[in-house]
Ligand binder design. Structure first.
Ligand code: IPM
Ligand code: MG
Length: 367
């Protein structure tokens, strides 16, 4: 097979500086493990707007469709708040998700042992937590029509539409059941079937799909209760599948439980391409953190873990992904901390590059 290709879109804010560390890690795998990638860099978000007047140029979109995987840093920043909705940095991200048809968004919420004290919850409630939220990413209220702001009888009305077809629900449900089979065979589906027809259909279709996965224990929960249960007793969950908007909210909630919001990666996967790899984009869950951008303070771990997910889900290199994840765990266990992870006085934070150095050293030590 030819050298796998990566499109790297660092984006805005801390995106470029955390991505610089990912590039060093990619180079390490090329030099030390013989895993070479054909890397192209391009712009997304505000950075693309500054150059092209749009948050994603058509040529970049076309490139994203061709490569084996896209790695994205972060988009957005206060400078772009004044822009028209249609060219805001976020629209670049949403266009990538929609046009690549990346319907299954995998958001792990994992509590690193060394960081359990950072959770706002009691340590025993979160220690060892390892859940996976599968968020539907290309439909629902994010994209449903009609939408817009119209005026009726002199009053403005804001309209968005929650809309799901059976096939959209089915394909994300299948992705979630497949993941559940590889994990602890437990899946909880969340919607609001008590108030929304789209929720009733969601529950029906997920139940239908479950017939093909008799080994997976399926439960259903209203999403509001799900939010409450996530905070009350998160370890009751293993894989959660939910729609686009609930998934957006529940995944932030789950991420924060772990105390590691700045540490969590995500994978957005679509249908298999001709070479058998899924269409894929990998990005950290955190945003562009404009308040610390350009200062070398950002934690690159979420972005590096996103590359680990790429190794696992796009390139079938699960062992190398584990190597990278273990190197990160070791660095954390050794007490290396960027500023966002500092609780004890007396510990000096390392810079973004310093964290990269420590991870590279741990990778060297793994050989
Ligand atoms: C996320 C973000 C995005 C979303 C924004 C930046 C459009 O919050 O990836 O969770 O709402 O999906
Ligand atoms: Mg979000």
């Amino acid at each position: 097979m030819s050298t796998p290709s990566l499109l790297i879109l660092p984006g805005d804010g801390i995106g470029p500086e955390v991505m610089a560390e990912v590039i060093r890690i990619i180079d390490w795998f090329g030099d030390k493990r013989g895993l070479k990638f054909d890397v192209t860099m391009d712009l997304v978000g505000g950075a693309a707007y500054d150059k092209h007047g749009v948050p994603l140029a058509d040529e970049t979109m076309a490139k994203a469709q061709e490569v084996d995987a896209v790695l994205l840093g972060a988009v957005g920043g206060p400078k772009y708040d004044v822009l028209d909705f249609s060219v805001k940095p976020e629209r670049g991200l949403l266009r990538l998700r929609k046009e690549m048809d990346l319907f299954a968004n995998l958001r792990p919420a994992q509590c690193f042992d060394a960081l359990a004290d950072f959770s706002s919850l009691k340590k025993d409630i979160v220690a060892g937590l390892d859940i996976m939220i599968v968020r539907e990413l290309t439909s629902g209220v994010y994209f449903g029509e009609p939408r817009g702001i119209t005026t009726v009888d002199g009053e403005r009305i804001g309209i968005n539409t929650q809309r799901y077809t059976e096939s959209e629900i089915r394909r994300v449900a299948i992705a979630a059941f497949e993941l559940a089979m590889k994990r602890n065979k437990k899946l909880c589906s969340m919607e609001k079937a008590n108030v929304m027809e789209a929720g009733i259909l969601w529950r029906d279709v997920v139940t239908e799909v479950s017939a093909d996965y008799p080994e997976v224990e399926l439960s259903h929960m209203y999403a509001d209760n799900g939010a409450m249960q996530l905070v009350r007793a998160p370890k009751q969950f293993d894989v959660i599948v939910t729609d686009n908007l609930f998934g957006d909210i529940l995944s932030d909630c789950a991420a924060m439980l772990t105390g590691s919001l700045g540490m969590l990666p995500s994978a957005s996967l679509g249908a298999p391409m001709e070479n058998g790899r899924p269409k894929a984009m990998y990005e950290p869950v955190h945003g562009s953190a404009p308040d610390i951008a350009g200062q070398g303070k950002a934690n690159p771990i979420a972005c590096i873990l996103s590359f680990a997910m790429a190794l696992r889900y796009s390139f079938n290199e699960g062992d190398e992904a584990t190597r990278l994840e273990q190197a990160i765990e070791k660095v954390l266990a050794d007490g290396v901390r960027t500023g966002d992870l500092l609780a004890d006085e007396g510990v000096t934070p390392v810079s973004t590059t310093g964290m990269g150095d420590a991870i590279l050293a741990a990778l060297d030590a793994s050989l």
